[in-house]
Design a protein around this ligand. Structure first.
Ligand code: AMP
Length: 949
């Protein structure tokens, strides 16, 4: 104990604040077995009004909680050692204190655990862990106390034995944080698992040798690469080698529980080691990459420590498919991609509980603490749209982020893992230089996920033997840490010594294992022992039908009119006993009329018919976004709400027996993690139409990293195809700078090598065919859609049933007004999206007959041929104008004008392409309605008045 007064220590202790937590623990024990608590407390609990047979559950109720608060205050008066006056014997009084001590270890034992292999980690003082703090003295050491509330295998034991058991369990190489979990069953499960073996289960001889062999492999690979390619960046695992035996154990254990696939996302540190030693990548292939010999067949590729890989390995439970995800440099964003990929695999296997496919995310400590997407990914972990039965997280905690390691700079939380507490995930910190402890927490983590279907975190506290990469000098910024590291034996050296000391190995065995591993590498042999050389291909999706597909605009998406009407009728059936709100009822009745052909099809109906027809044709649909069930602008109504009891009914899920899955979810208000998740889903399940919808298009800003690093470039960096659709409401309607623009210019600026498709449909038939085309043809390219807002209700933005039944998606729509005579046309206006309707309206109101309007419905890949054709009739055209609502520095102007100019110059070399739109602007749109209207009027006049007055 230090000089702190007892009062100060009390304030620091877990019991401060009325002792109610402790009382709750005591109460829970009482609920399980009233005889397990001292008589005074039993008597007290018996008096609680609500404790009767029906409420003897594990959840303390509020009245009880309040009562505890009172009890805690009156019994302790905020002072240590002051216990109930009703406690009669001294021994019983001390028994309560022993109980308090046990609880203290469960709460705060991790703070005195030996976690840092370097011994540099500064730990706070934890007074609660000292028996004296609780009022127990040296004289009590040999007194036998009841310890039936602990799982140490004894009913009674002397105090010193109880303390030793608690120290061994909670203050050894493992620091467990789990008392933030409110579910008593979960907490008990962890206590039982740890206390019963004092956090140190006995491993069999075979298991220890296997662990040693894996550790030898981990160190062996780094040494080999270090000497063969000195100074080459490889983000080696040195200092964190226990990762390899941990992942090996994780895979084997998941396999033994029946998992068929494991998807792993990871940092670049240690990736080459994982690829070779776990996934069984051929060392020869890796060496070729080091020597710059291997290339992706298509695309521009990525550095070797970002590449994904897959293979099958054998476990005691059967063959397991492993997929190591590709990732960009700032890797936390890969975490939701991995989880999305896992959900897709689970859906493919009809595995809603998540027992067949397991996500594993390996993180770095600095990024785990720093990146907001980590929080978002935790937040999604238990929601309907995104849950997967729990992710196993493993942090390679080398205690430094590139060059930043001062605690006061790195984070405000105690551990880098604190964010995981928000979903009540248990956190196991473990010293990376104790490989057997690492194996134990790995088993705990897998078993916990398997039992409770929730996220769990392993914090592998280790160090980085070299700098951030092999070319970096870490002593420049971490001199003390690196002087310690220089004299630190490796994890393998320490474990070898331990096994030699314990007679498990001879000195000579250590060398033999290392030599054998090096020889295997020399021979280019596979070094992942569990690798299955002839993998069972049915464990993963065959992408062959989607590879090397031509990028062609036309695809026949027509359907028999009668069938379309039947599907429409089926979709509009709502159970009689399901009352809906008045406006919703009207929408349903309107849809009946549209189906009958009595009124034209509006946007919401055209879009939902696309889903219905796809489902009829056997295509699953997944639509996730902010308010997607109803639609931000109340146009979709894919989910109906019972106006009496609030239950939901989804007509598209009830079309016919045995139909494919239609999933529609309102997502939580995240863009980054959600879009990344949907990208992961779409890159894994090519048979499904996967759509992410933003509440407003500008919300996509929050997911820019996903757009830049995955959606627009994933195919070219990693050879991963993706058919994801992004619906981004876009349009200048006076809603101010934030809700007008989906930043079309950013998408267009990133268009190259036919990486994505960017469409701006203007009719219900167009959105219908565009969505059908996206999944019916085998081309898998992301589709970015500038989707409408006011057009959803625009009287002119409607289509005939025939246009849906017989048509297809048009990349360009030529002049449709038959009153415009081509020979009279002096100017042609090109445009995209909603502005078309403003142009048509003004042209009609002003009786303009010398201007034709052509809509470009697909801006990328740019439909030059189709535009050429649409322009062809206007032989007398003197002038062509591109009209956009967006300011000149935004929208399509800068990125697409070269395509338009090419078409215009081919049509008539004397024609010039002009611009009609808002002036360049810092903000996307004006905030004042008056200004917005003035600008809008001007740009329409600029486009249509020719020659200029
Ligand atoms: P995985 O299950 O993710 O390991 O994928 C198994 C195999 O399918 C990979 O090795 C790739 O050959 C192929 N594959 C997976 N996803 C894609 C994709 N999005 N695009 C193209 N090929 C893919």
């Amino acid at each position: 104990m230090t000089e702190r007064t007892m009062e100060q220590q009390w304030a620091l202790s877990h019991l401060a604040g009325g002792n109610h937590k402790y009382l709750e623990e005591l109460f829970e024990t009482y609920l399980q077995d009233p005889n397990a608590v001292p008589e005074e407390w039993r008597h007290e609990f018996d008096k609680l009004p609500s404790v009767n047979d029906q409420v003897r559950t594990d959840t303390p109720h509020k009245p009880i909680r309040d009562h505890f608060l009172l009890l805690g205050k009156s019994r302790t008066g905020g002072r240590v050692g002051t216990v109930a006056p009703s406690i009669t014997s001294e021994h019983e009084r001390k028994q309560v204190l022993v109980h308090q001590l046990g609880t203290a270890y469960r709460f705060r034992g991790h703070q005195e655990a030996d976690l840092d292999p370097l011994g540099l980690l500064e730990r706070p003082l934890v007074p609660d862990l000292d028996p004296r703090f609780h009022g127990l003295t040296e004289a009590d050491e040999d007194t036998v106390f009841n310890c039936s509330n602990l799982y140490i295998g004894k009913e009674e034991a002397p105090l010193k034995e109880i303390v030793q058991a608690l120290r061994d369990t909670y203050c050894g190489s493992i620091g467990a944080e789990f008392t933030h979990i409110v579910d008593t069953t979960e907490r008990r499960w962890i206590e039982q698992r740890m206390e019963s073996v004092r956090s140190k289960p006995k491993l069999s001889q075979d298991a220890r040798l296997h662990l040693f062999e894996r550790l030898t492999a981990a160190e062996g690979l780094e040494k080999y690469l270090g000497s063969k390619y000195p100074g080459t960046k490889r983000f080696g695992l040195e200092g964190g080698e226990t990762l390899i035996p941990a992942i090996d154990e994780l895979i084997q254990r998941c396999g033994s529980y029946g998992a068929r696939e494991i998807v792993i996302g990871m940092a670049h540190r240690g990736r080459l080691n994982m690829l070779v030693n776990i996934l069984g990548k051929s060392p020869r292939d890796l060496f070729d990459e080091f020597e710059g010999k291997s290339f992706l067949e298509m695309g521009s590729g990525d550095v070797k420590y970002h590449q994904g890989f897959s293979s099958n390995v054998m476990t005691t439970g059967g063959e397991v498919h492993l997929a190591l995800a590709f990732n960009p440099s700032h890797l936390e964003i890969a975490a939701p991609v991995v989880v999305g990929s896992v959900r897709a695999r689970q859906d493919r296997r009809d595995d809603p509980g998540g027992s067949l496919v397991v996500p594993v995310n390996i993180h770095g400590d600095a990024a785990f603490a720093g990146q907001g997407v980590v929080m978002e990914t935790f937040q999604m972990s238990q929601t309907r749209a995104f849950r997967t039965g729990g992710t196993i997280h493993l942090i390679i905690n080398n205690q430094v982020g590139f060059t930043t390691s001062r605690r006061e700079d790195m984070r405000s939380t105690e551990y880098c893992t604190d964010v995981a507490k928000m979903v009540q995930a248990p956190i196991f910190h473990v010293n990376g230089d104790d490989p057997e402890a690492v194996i134990f927490v790995t088993q705990l983590a897998v078993d916990y996920r398997n039992t409770f279907r929730k996220d769990v975190v392993i914090d592998l506290v280790c160090y980085r033997r070299r700098g951030h990469n092999e070319a970096d000098e870490p002593a420049m910024t971490q001199p003390v840490m690196y002087s310690k590291i220089r004299s630190q034996p490796s994890s393998l050296a320490l474990y070898s010594q331990q096994l030699v000391n314990e007679g498990v190995l001879e000195d000579s065995d250590v060398k033999t294992f290392a030599d054998n591993y090096r020889d295997a590498l020399d021979n280019g042999e596979h070094v992942a022992k569990a690798l299955v050389k002839e993998p069972n291909k049915s464990l993963f999706v065959d992408w062959a039908p989607y590879l090397n597909q031509p990028v062609e605009d036309y695809y026949d998406t027509s359907i028999e009119l009668k069938e379309l009407q039947q599907i429409g009728r089926d979709m509009n059936v709502i159970p009689e006993s399901f009352p809906v709100q008045k406006q919703v009822q009207k929408i349903i009745s309107d849809r009946d009329k549209m189906t009958a052909g009595a009124t034209p099809i509006n946007w919401g109906y055209g879009e939902t018919l696309a889903y219905a027809t796809l489902l009829k044709e056997g295509v699953p649909v997944r639509l996730v976004g902010q308010d997607s069930g109803r639609g931000t602008f109340a146009h979709r109504h894919a989910v109906l709400h019972n106006s009496k009891d609030g239950t939901q009914y989804v007509p598209l899920q009830n079309l016919y027996e045995g139909q494919p899955v239609f999933e529609v979810y309102d997502s939580f208000l995240s863009e980054e993690a959600v879009l990344a998740f949907e990208y992961g889903y779409a890159t894994t399940k090519p048979d499904t139409l996967v759509i992410w919808e933003a509440q407003f298009g500008d919300f996509a800003n929050g997911a820019q990293v996903v757009i830049d690093q995955f959606i627009t470039s994933g195919e070219h960096k990693w050879g991963r195809l993706c058919g994801l659709v992004m619906l981004l409401p876009h349009g200048y309607e006076g809603q101010g700078p934030e809700h007008s623009s989906a930043r079309l210019e950013r998408f267009l600026q990133m268009c190259a090598e036919q990486n994505i498709q960017v469409c701006v449909p203007t009719t219900p038939a167009q959105v219908y065919h565009m969505l059908r085309r996206q999944v019916l043809r085998n081309l898998r390219k992301p589709l970015v859609v500038m989707s409408p807002k006011s057009l959803l209700r625009h009287k002119a933005a409607v289509s005939d049933l025939e246009a849906l039944a017989e048509g297809h998606f048009h990349t360009v729509i030529g002049e449709t007004d038959s009153s415009i005579k081509p020979e009279d046309v002096q100017r042609v206006v090109f445009c995209s999206g909603k502005v078309y309707y403003d142009l048509v309206e003004y042209r009609r109101s002003e009786n303009i007959t010398n201007v034709a309007i052509i809509r470009i419905e697909q801006l990328y890949p740019f439909p030059e041929e189709a535009l050429q054709k649409a322009l062809a009739p206007f032989r007398n055209c003197e002038d062509v104008v591109w009209c956009q609502e967006e300011p000149m520095n935004q929208g399509a102007w800068y990125s697409s004008q070269h395509h338009m100019r090419y078409v215009v110059s081919r049509h008539n070399p004397d024609n010039y392409l002009g611009f009609a739109g808002r002036e360049a602007s810092a903000a996307p749109a004006a905030g004042y309605m008056k200004l917005h209207l003035e600008q809008q009027k001007r740009l329409i006049e600029d486009a249509l008045i020719y020659p200029k007055k």
